[in-house]
Design a protein around this ligand. Structure first.
Ligand code: 13P
Ligand code: SF4
Length: 383
């Protein structure tokens, strides 16, 4: 029987400061948000650094930050871009902590990865802690089924969890390649342990791979045996970790139905981190890159209600004035941790680099990095 660890309360910016939800102080002088010279200062610092710095921007970042990104993308594209820039001395990651960790793992020893605000964590990633996952694996081992299970972790997980997955013959996936990763995993083993996003795991298994909801069980790390019977664990094809995204988890079936009533003919386009009933009721489902491409290819005059992070939806609405692009939910729904990276933090980070100091460097210990890299390389090599 596996034990139960104490609940973990959103250790955002994990490993740095357990109070980081309330913010982590920058060890230098952060410029005031009202400083009218911030744009010039960022541009000047970036120009002074030249090719020594490469700035990555996730699609959920603020406009004020995105304007300084050398490349924008979803987490899969950004991981590849980081790996493809061995000459940049500094990678400034405008995204969240797990993305910067992955960049550190995929870049060379000499390169330094900087996260402009250490409080930019991810509540979903913090829902799977190594100790809990090891306890779950002990449960599966005690049942004699661990050898049949291939662990698959979503990119949105800590380096510790990726290391666990690499050590145990598994793979990392993103929302762009989850089906390919699961095809690979089921060719290798009978069952999958999917971490930490239950929704991406369930949606991919049921809607893209033909498994039924009954083939899936939900493992709750806060309950003995995950809250499941031995028989349920033995019968399951897909063991889903009880984690979710607090941003995408807000969209409901009622949102979809209300939108269809208000805007006849509307296309509902959502991210696979949304709940199963939302994804099932939607017209199109895909990663942030997919969402962007879908809207680019859409007919002028068509109407779209999009269920993903609000910074991206607002940018898409501005980029496509010939189409009606709406947010699927009525209330504001930014990712608060992505939003921690603002222009003052970016200016501060770039100016520190110009001054010869490396602020907020994200490093992963060599043993964890080695095993996490095995699981990341396996992802990059998926057919
Ligand atoms: P993608 O970038 O893989 O679409 O994931 C969305 C997300 O929630 C990132 O934090
Ligand atoms: Fe994490 Fe969700 Fe924010 Fe992405 S959008 S960083 S998964 S909380």
């Amino acid at each position: 029987m596996g034990g139960v660890t104490a609940p973990v309360l959103l250790l955002l910016g994990r490993g740095k400061d357990s109070n980081s939800e309330r913010g982590v102080d920058c060890p230098g002088d952060l410029p005031a948000p009202s400083d009218p010279g911030l744009v010039e200062r960022a541009a000047a610092a970036k120009a002074a650094l030249g090719d020594r710095v490469f700035v990555l921007g996730h699609h959920y970042q603020r406009d004020e930050v995105i304007q300084f990104a050398d490349v924008t993308g979803d987490s899969f594209k950004l991981a590849r871009e980081a790996a493809a820039r061995p000459d940049a001395e500094f990678i400034v990651f405008c995204g969240v902590h797990f993305m910067a960790e992955s960049a550190d793992i995929l870049t060379t020893e000499a390169q330094r990865v900087v996260l402009p605000d250490l409080a930019a964590g991810c509540s979903m990633a913090d829902m799977a802690v190594l100790e809990q996952v090891e306890q779950c694996w002990d449960v599966l081992s005690d049942l004699g089924i661990a050898d049949d299970v291939v662990p698959v972790t979503y990119m949105n997980s800590s380096a510790d969890i990726k290391g666990f997955v690499g050590r145990n013959g598994g793979v990392v996936c993103t929302s762009s390649n989850a089906k390919r990763a699961l095809d690979w995993a089921y060719a290798k083993g009978e069952k999958v342990l999917f971490l930490p996003d239950q929704h991406l795991g369930r949606n991919t298994a049921v809607l893209e791979m033909g498994y039924s909801l009954d083939d899936c069980v939900l493992y709750d790390p806060h309950k003995p045996n995950g809250g499941l019977t031995d028989q349920q664990l033995r019968d399951a094809k897909m063991i889903l970790w009880r984690g979710h995204c607090s941003v995408h988890g807000r969209f409901t079936l009622e949102n979809v139905l209300a939108m269809r009533e208000q805007v006849p003919g509307v296309n509902i386009l959502v991210h696979p981190e949304c709940r199963h009933e939302v994804v099932t009721a939607a017209d199109y489902v895909g990663s942030t890159e997919y969402i962007i491409k879908k809207l680019e290819a859409a007919e002028p005059g068509s109407a779209w209600a999009v269920g993903t992070e609000l910074n991206l939806v607002r940018r898409l609405a501005a980029a496509h004035p010939d189409k009606q692009v709406m947010f699927l939910e009525k209330t504001v729904c930014y990712c608060s941790t992505m939003n921690r990276i603002d222009l003052p933090h970016l200016v501060w980070a770039l100016e520190e680099l110009v001054a010869g100091r490396v602020p907020n460097q994200i490093t992963v210990d060599p043993d964890t990095a080695h095993h996490a890299r095995v699981a990341l390389d396996q992802m990059l090599a998926l057919p």
